[in-house]
Design a protein around this ligand. Structure first.
Ligand SMILES: Cc1cc2nc3c(=O)[nH]c(=O)nc-3n(C[C@H](O)[C@H](O)[C@H](O)COP(=O)(O)OP(=O)(O)OC[C@H]3O[C@@H](n4cnc5c(N)ncnc54)[C@H](O)[C@@H]3O)c2cc1C
Length: 345
């Protein structure tokens, strides 16, 4: 049971102190708080195995706009007694109520995690690798793909070299399976030319180096960098990335466009630096990224929510009927519009 203002990392440590595991984990673990994690339904790097923040919650306490305290501190996995009210507030970005406490669901610790970096030459092979790893490795807890431009930019800036050659895709896989099985799996994939190269982290420090490329702080120096967080069916992500890059480069030939993401849970992040001239409308980048996404029926927000910036584009991912129901919920729970006004809807 945690208060909403508890930092995520503190919750993870408290669980570990009791020999248990809180599955939610993301880059901002040291600064973000449980209330923020739940109100944004944060995703992170363990979604493929454990689900998003929503799945880590059994109960919730919320204060409504009129001051009513809804204490729904359920501790059972099963409880179908009426509406599951907690889900109204998880992911609604503080627009329907203020979360004050939560009952988090803990798991047994996953055991020793092996981190590996795998080089692959096409997106189709990335998807095949994902399916094979899930069925043959057992215990895949992370699967993070990086397109060439993203990997090369960050690895160069960090002065890290993992392979002799550049590859179209590099994938971080984390598995709790036995080390021997992992080695056999990678050897078989190499022999079948499903993968081009592979490296198993020899130490915690080397695993951290792999993750530092994925976390990608160096790319933040690119001028006017815009970050996008979209989702679409896994099999379509490769085509979307190509179409989106082509559309952006047609408009800004010098643009730096790169992709990375959780892929295994249908999420891809896009970094766009157009180097555009001062005064140019930044929304023209949004229009292209979301416009191409519309052709693939993707979602404009996989895990970062809507806030105020993406509100004008919400209709691209939600039907008029869905939007009307959202508005009706908002009006019913917050008729004076005092909770995070202007956000989401
Ligand atoms: C380095 C980094 C990496 C990240 N990686 C990921 C990732 O992998 N996956 C992912 O999903 N996200 C990621 N994020 C974004 C992430 O969702 C947020 O960092 C985090 O979940 C939000 O928590 P916070 O405490 O920072 O909330 P804030 O940013 O303070 O708030 C977020 C929203 O929630 C509302 N809110 C906050 N507390 C409450 C409350 N108690 N009740 C109701 N509403 C509330 C706020 O009003 C705001 O609208 C990352 C962010 C950073 C900086």
């Amino acid at each position: 049971v945690v208060k909403a203002g508890t930092p995520l990392e503190e919750c993870q440590k408290a669980a570990a102190d009791h020999g248990l595991f809180l599955a939610l984990d993301l880059g901002s673990r040291g600064s973000c708080q449980i209330g923020g994690n739940l109100s944004t339904n944060a995703g992170g790097i363990r979604v493929i195995r454990y689900g998003m923040a929503r799945e880590q919650v059994l109960g919730l306490e919320v204060v409504l706009a009129d001051g009513t305290i809804i204490s729904s501190m359920n501790r059972m996995l099963k409880n179908n007694a009426g509406y599951d009210l907690k889900h109204l507030f998880i992911g609604s970005e503080g627009t329907l109520g203020i979360i004050t406490r939560a009952v988090l669901r803990l798991h047994p610790p996953p055991g020793e995690i092996t981190t590996m970096l795998v080089a692959v030459s096409s997106y189709d092979q990335v998807v095949t690798l994902l399916r094979r790893a899930q069925s043959e490795l057992g215990g895949v807890v992370a699967f993070e793909a990086m397109w060439r431009d993203y990997f090369a930019f960050n690895a160069d800036a960090l002065k890290l070299t993992f392979f002799d050659a550049a590859h179209a895709f590099c994938v971080i896989i984390e598995s709790t399976g036995p080390r021997e099985a992992i080695e056999e799996f990678l050897a078989a994939c190499l022999q079948e030319t499903l993968i081009d190269d592979a490296l198993i982290a020899a130490s915690h420090a080397q695993a951290r180096e792999m993750w530092s490329v994925r976390e990608g702080h160096p790319i933040e120096v690119l001028p006017n960098l815009l970050n996008f967080d979209v989702s679409l069916p896994i099999g379509m992500i490769g085509d979307y990335a190509k179409a989106c890059t082509a559309a952006l480069k047609a408009r800004w030939p010098q643009a730096h466009v790169s992709f990375y993401g959780h892929v295994g849970d249908s999420n891809v992040h896009i970094c766009v630096s157009t180097l555009y001239a001062p005064g140019e409308d930044m929304h023209s980048v949004d229009d292209i990224v979301y416009g191409v996404l519309g052709h693939y029926h993707g979602s404009i927000s996989a895990e970062h929510g809507i806030g105020t910036l993406k509100r004008p584009y919400l209709h691209l991912s939600r039907s008029p009927q869905e939007l009307a129901l959202m508005l009706s919920l908002k009006q019913s729970l917050d008729p004076k519009g005092i909770l995070n006004p202007g956000k989401v809807i």
